[in-house]
Design a protein around this ligand. Structure first.
Ligand code: NAD
Ligand code: TYD
Length: 353
């Protein structure tokens, strides 16, 4: 029996698949549409692993997901597939509704039919784990307590609204049909294979390329940062021991302003790749127009996950950001492929349009 990982060629999904095959025996089927954010290079190191199968396709294709569930006797679905970038959702929300809402609905329908046809013990063992975000809870004031799982939903961007809608569908499929679902709401991830449209990889690559480091507004927006392999271990833990129908917040206890994050990166790069004449990458910081509706602060209370399932992050921000910067410096080929769009050409050749 295998697990089905949707969106497994993206940033967190690919880290999860690599992490899974290191820690578990069960085979993995990755279903990924390979949008601009999906990169098969992320999974290159496991192409020869007999436990790994890759299928290019859309979670909204119910016939395809129904076939994969049955053919591979899927025991668990981990749903990462999504449009994930807030700025893109502001420019064009349509794809976000299509994948995050309609796609999740179609996937749930396929799962409901498949799960309903399993024998009693397989039904008990089956899990649908939906990977969601802290952004569904909205924005916090500076002194407000961190989000708990019961915080009301107040999504502010088309991205977070579409994720909130998918969370509600997942909840309803448990409440109404009894599908054994789990939902995780995680804070901002960082680490290897992060597409350079998001803050941390964008700043690292722009700094090295001598480009401006664009900080939105006053740079004092606060995010909680979690190293991606800690998110992966949390998902494995929730999958193994989480209670069906329950929601678990996942966070790093690492609240930082964007300026603090950029400052840390510049200091690290100044030491690892010094600029001539004692100059600093910090000189490249440029304050730009703020993102419309920009959430001021996210903070996650992950104490339920620690109390009930014994999960804690292994990395501090210090150790995680060091690994991240080192990874980007050590992988210029991956960076070049992403920045030049070479992998898009390869995807077109390999999979057609
Ligand atoms: P990503 O954008 O890097 O990857 C998304 C992946 O999904 C890509 O491989 C893409 O090709 C694939 N995909 C998109 N539409 C699809 C479709 N219709 N069918 C099949 N595959 C499709 O995103 P990420 O940062 O890895 O995030 C993964 C999940 O985790 C998302 O659901 C996101 O909401 C959630 N999340 C992300 C963060 C974060 O900081 N990145 C934090 C919390 C939660
Ligand atoms: P991002 O990585 O897009 O994640 P999210 O918006 O989902 O939290 O952005 C993280 C923070 O960094 C957010 O407050 C917006 C800010 N930001 C910038 O200041 N400049 C940038 O170029 C980007 C991409 C983000």
């Amino acid at each position: 029996m295998a697990i089905l990982v949707t969106g497994g060629a993206g940033f967190i999904g690919s880290n999860f698949v690599l992490d899974w095959l290191t820690h578990e025996q069960q085979p993995v089927v990755v279903l990924d549409k390979l949008t601009y954010a999906g990169n098969p290079e992320n999974l290159k190191s496991i192409h020869q692993d007999p436990r790994f199968t890759f299928v290019r396709g859309d979670i909204a294709d119910r016939a395809l997901t129904s076939r994969l569930l049955a053919e591979h006797s899927i025991q668990a679905v981990v749903n990462f597939a999504a449009e994930s970038h807030v700025d893109r959702s502001i420019l064009g929300p349509g794809e976000f509704i299509q994948t995050n809402v309609v796609g999740t609905f179609e996937l749930l329908e396929a799962v409901r039919a498949y799960w309903g046809g399993l024998d009693a013990s397989a039904r008990d063992a089956f899990r649908f784990l939906h990977v969601s975000t802290d952004e569904v809870y909205g924005s916090l004031d500076a002194d407000a307590p961190a989000f708990t799982e019961t915080h009301r939903y107040e999504p502010n961007s088309p991205y977070s609204a579409s994720k909130a809608a998918s969370d509600h569908l997942v909840r309803a499929y448990h409440h109404t049909y009894g599908v054994p679902v789990l939902t995780t709401n995680c804070s901002n991830n960082y680490g290897p294979y992060h597409f350079p449209e998001k803050l941390i990889p964008l700043m690292i690559l722009n700094a090295l390329a001598g480009k401006p480091l664009p900080v939105y507004g006053d740079g004092k927006n606060v995010r909680d940062w979690l190293y991606v392999t800690d998110h992966c271990s949390a998902i494995r833990r929730v999958l193994a021991a989480g209670k069906p129908g329950h929601v678990y917040n996942v966070g790093g206890n690492n609240e930082m302003t964007n300026l603090e994050v950029v400052q840390t990166l510049c200091t690290m790069l100044d030491a690892l790749r010094p600029l001539p004449a004692g100059r600093s990458y910090w000189e490249q910081v440029t304050f730009v127009k703020d993102r419309p509706g920009h959430d001021r602060r996210y903070a996650i209370d992950a104490s339920l996950l620690e109390r009930e399932l014994g999960w804690k992050p292994a990395e501090t921000f210090e150790s995680g950001i060091r690994k991240t910067v080192a990874w980007y410096l050590a992988n210029p080929q991956w960076v070049e492929g992403v920045v030049s769009g070479n992998y898009r050409e390869w995807v077109a050749r390999q999979y057609g349009s």
